[in-house]
Design a protein around this ligand. Structure first.
Ligand code: PBG
Length: 325
C-alpha cells in the first residue's frame, strides 16, 4: 500500500501525536557538565571563547556545583588548571594539588553530585602535552602510563566518584585499573575517552583548561578524523582493559562513530559535545543567526539518537532547565 492510503503526516499532525510517537528522549539525568577549576578565591573568570562558561576557584566551583544540582544535573566532570606547571605534572600528582583540593571540597559540599575527574597531564605540564615528552620531542607512551595511573589514584583518594583518562596513550586503561585495584580503589569506575579524535573543535577548551600544547599537535596520540575502524579498535581495547564506560569525542561530527560504538559494546556510551560545538552555537545565537534553545536541543537529541546513553555538554544545566520547564 502507498499514497494516498498511506500518509505518514497523520501521526505528525498535533503536538500530542508527535509526543506519543517520539523515539528519542532527552533526560537531564543523562547530562554531564564540565567544570574548570583555577587557583585562588572568589575567582569567576569568563572564558572568552565560551560565552557563559567561567574558570572557577574552588569556592566558586562549589557554588556552581550547587546551582547545577538545582537544575537537576547529577554529574560534573572536573578539569583543573593549576598555576604550577612542570614536566612531571606535579600538581596533578599532589594530594594538596588543585584538582585534589577541588574534589574534596566539591564532595564535601555536594555529596550527592557525582564527580568525575578528568585524568590527563596536559593541564599540569609546562609543555601542555597529554603524556611525557622525550628530549627528541616525541610523546613517550610507556613512561606516561605510570604517571597517569598515579594521577588517577590521587583523584580517587581525594574522593572522585570516577576517573576519566583523556590522554589516549596505549594501555592506559589497564594501567589505571591495575593501580587503582592494588591501592584499594577496585570500586572506582573508569570512564575511557576511548575514541578521542584530533579535533579542531577543542580550541576553546584549551583556553579554559590552559592546556594548549606548547609545540606540535596531538595527532600522534589522538585519532585521525578520517578513521572509523580504528576508533572501534580503540574502544574494544579499552573495554578489554576494563573501561566501565566508553566515550566518543567530539560528538556532532562523529555521530556515525557513536552509532557503531553503541552497536559494538555493552557498556554505556558517553558522547562529549565539545567546546567548539558549544561555541559555534553560542556565536551564531549571539548574532541572531540561530535559535539557541531549539538548536541545542536538536544537537543533543541527535547525539542521543545516534546511540549515546550519556552526553557531556556545556549546555547541560541550561538544557536541563528547558527540559524541566
Ligand atoms: C585534555 C582534554 C581535551 C578536552 C578534554 N580533555 C582537549 C585536548 O585533548 O586537547 C576537550 C574538551 C572540549 O573541547 O570541550 N586531554
Amino acid at each position: 500500500m502507498g499514497f494516498p492510503q498511506v500518509r505518514p503526516r497523520r501521526t505528525r499532525a498535533t503536538a500530542a501525536w508527535r509526543q506519543l510517537v517520539r523515539e528519542t528522549h532527552l533526560l537531564s539525568d543523562a547530562l554531564i557538565y564540565p567544570l574548570f577549576v583555577v587557583p585562588g578565591r572568589g575567582v569567576r573568570r569568563p572564558v572568552e571563547s565560551m560565552p557563559g562558561i567561567c574558570q572557577l576557584s574552588v569556592d566558586e566551583a562549589v557554588k556552581e556545583a550547587q546551582a547545577v544540582q538545582a537544575a537537576r544535573v547529577r554529574t560534573v566532570l572536573l578539569f583543573a588548571a593549576p598555576a604550577r606547571k612542570d614536566a612531571q605534572a606535579s600538581d596533578a600528582l599532589d594530594p594538596q594539588g588543585l584538582a585534589a583540593q577541588a574534589i574534596r571540597a566539591l564532595k564535601a559540599a555536594c555529596p550527592e553530585l557525582m564527580l568525575w575527574a578528568d585524568v590527563c597531564l596536559c593541564g599540569a605540564t609546562d609543555h601542555g602535552h597529554c603524556g611525557h615528552v622525550t628530549p627528541g620531542g616525541t610523546i613517550d607512551n610507556d613512561s606516561s602510563l605510570a604517571t597517569l595511573a598515579q594521577v588517577a589514584l590521587n583523584y580517587a583518594r581525594a574522593g572522585a566518584d570516577a576517573v576519566a583518562p583523556s590522554d589516549m596513550m596505549d594501555g592506559r586503561v589497564g594501567a589505571l585499573r591495575a593501580l587503582l585495584d592494588r591501592e584499594g580503589h577496585a570500586n572506582t569506575p573508569l570512564i575511557a575517552y576511548a575514541a578521542k579524535y584530533a579535533s579542531a573543535f577543542y580550541g576553546p577548551f584549551r583556553e579554559a583548561a590552559e592546556s594548549a600544547p606548547a609545540f606540535g599537535d596531538r595527532r600522534s596520540y589522538q585519532l585521525d578524523p578520517a578513521n572509523a575502524r580504528e576508533a572501534l579498535r580503540e574502544v574494544l581495547l579499552d573495554v578489554e582493559e576494563g573501561a566501565d564506560l566508553v566515550m566518543v569525542k567530539p560528538a556532532g561530527p562523529y555521530l556515525d562513530i557513536i552509532r557503531q560504538v553503541r552497536d559494538a559494546v555493552r557498556v554505556p556510551v558517553v558522547a562529549y559535545q565539545v567546546s567548539g560545538e558549544y561555541s559555534l552555537i553560542k556565536a551564531a545565537a549571539a548574532r541572531g543567526w540561530i535559535e539557541e534553545r531549539a538548536a541545542v536541543l536538536e544537537t543533543l537529541t541527535g547525539i542521543r539518537r545516534a546511540g549515546a546513553d550519556l552526553i557531556i555538554s556545556y549546555f547541560a544545566p541550561e538544557a536541563a532547565r528547558w527540559l524541566a520547564a
